[in-house]
Ligand binder design. Sequence first.
Ligand SMILES: Cc1cc2nc3c(=O)[nH]c(=O)nc-3n(C[C@H](O)[C@H](O)[C@H](O)COP(=O)(O)OP(=O)(O)OC[C@H]3O[C@@H](n4cnc5c(N)ncnc54)[C@H](O)[C@@H]3O)c2cc1C
Length: 512
Amino acid sequence: MAQHEHVRVAVIGSGFGGLGAAVRLRREGITDFVVLERADSVGGTWRDNSYPGCACDVPSHLYSFSFAPNPEWPRTFSGQEHIRAYLEHVADTFGLRPHLRLGHEVTIMRWEREELHWVIETANGARFTADVVVSATGPLSDPKTPDIPGLADFPGKVFHSARWDHDADLTGKRVAVIGTGASAIQIVPAIQPKVGSLTLFQRTPPWVMPRMDRKISGAERWLHRALPATGTARRGLLWGIRELQVSAFTKHPGELGLVERIAKANMARAIKDPELRAKLTPSYRIGCKRILLSSAYYPALAQPNVDVVASGLAEVRGSTLVASDGTETEVDAIIFGTGFHVTDMPIAERVVGADGITLTESWKDGMQALRGASAAGFPNWMTIIGPNTGLGNSSMILMIESQLNYMADYLRQLNVLGGRVALDARTSAVGSWNRRVQERMKRTVWNTGGCNSWYLDASGRNTTVWPGTTAEFRKATRSVDLSEYEVVRIPKRAAAAKEPAAGKAVAEEVGG
Ligand SMILES: Cc1cc2nc3c(=O)[nH]c(=O)nc-3n(C[C@H](O)[C@H](O)[C@H](O)COP(=O)(O)OP(=O)(O)OC[C@H]3O[C@@H](n4cnc5c(N)ncnc54)[C@H](O)[C@@H]3O)c2cc1C
């Protein structure tokens, strides 16, 4: 018999977004909820990315929950294992374990308009119904590996950075790293000393700034423990500095020229060969793609066992990799640092809304959601860090916490409206929000900087980044404006009669 449980809220995912939602629900006095997670433990990004050198690139005191400060961060930019342990600790501290349903991969969630609830099925055969779904499946959780001719016949190890094969011994091996994004530039210096040779396939060079990473001293940690306000002040300072940088990204990309000079100096310190330096120098404005932080990347590339192929991987012939420029390299292992399905997030295929269409179909012209959360035609469904909530320079936890405020108010509004009720974002409200976002996007470095990045979808529209400060987003998500939603109810008569035809939900007009 399939398991069937009804809950007030089903949260999908147990990364920062899902765990944050769970804590917030408990704080709002809601305990009737489950967290459905496909993996066997919590942690999301920080469970899945266990590659050598994996660490955050936003300082830990800002890249953590404001409601769960950690005075014990060991480094300014903590490593994956410490962030993962922090999330496990959050799950314990806030009593989240009883709500977790690990090993539950959501395969489909379908809105039942006659019942005003979501039906959720998981790969292990479980079935849930929920009044509200909070989808926190993460924008960077499904790895993307390009479809390269001949790859299936490659005789050696092949894996993606987010699914590191810890059984693969790379010692003395000829290794290819494909891609030069945030993960690849952490992997390269971490594995370069042990591999026999490393060939980096670079389609586009990244801008890389020095990384001011250091051990956090025992005295600092003692101070943050003894006087928690010092930790809060530290977080505030880290946040404020990043807020001040936003206008350069969003309104005055010309000001970023100074930052380019620092990045070039970072490169020049380590790369003495003019030919290699030319290969590694970007031809687009800094900030257009994510600015990467590393003080170890360029020194690693300067080592004699490293070769940079300034071209993408085009084909695999046996153990020979052929680049688009014709360069051939024989290797024993291939590591893809090729990012994630971001603008085509797989979960969207698995959400079927009120009109019987999937979110993917609804988003055929590009992802869009009201205040980064609600999609029209998908009542009582919201996403945490949905479309246009990404940041180029600050902590995603700030955006997650803003959306948790929105989620909490959404649930309060449902309670105030009372009875069996749902909120469905109006198409006009979603459109108007999206037009404002896209209008602001026009002047940003992501749209004008002359690069092709993963921030843009197939049609070239930026559906990922938030074109403002985190404070602006906090304000925009402080509360739910009911005029942006249709209130959907089951008529009392119909609900009582329980006749399928009469049970159809009706929309109520709500003013103001
Ligand atoms: C290597 C790396 C480094 C990063 N560094 C930073 C940084 O320094 N600063 C920063 O701000 N951001 C960083 N990010 C972005 C990071 O993803 C976010 O900061 C944040 O961790 C996202 O949290 P999340 O909970 O939304 O998503 P995730 O952490 O991705 O969690 C999503 C969860 O949903 C689960 N899930 C997905 N689909 C299903 C399904 N169908 N059914 C059930 N469960 C499902 C996944 O298994 C996962 O556990 C980094 C990302 C990566 C990949």
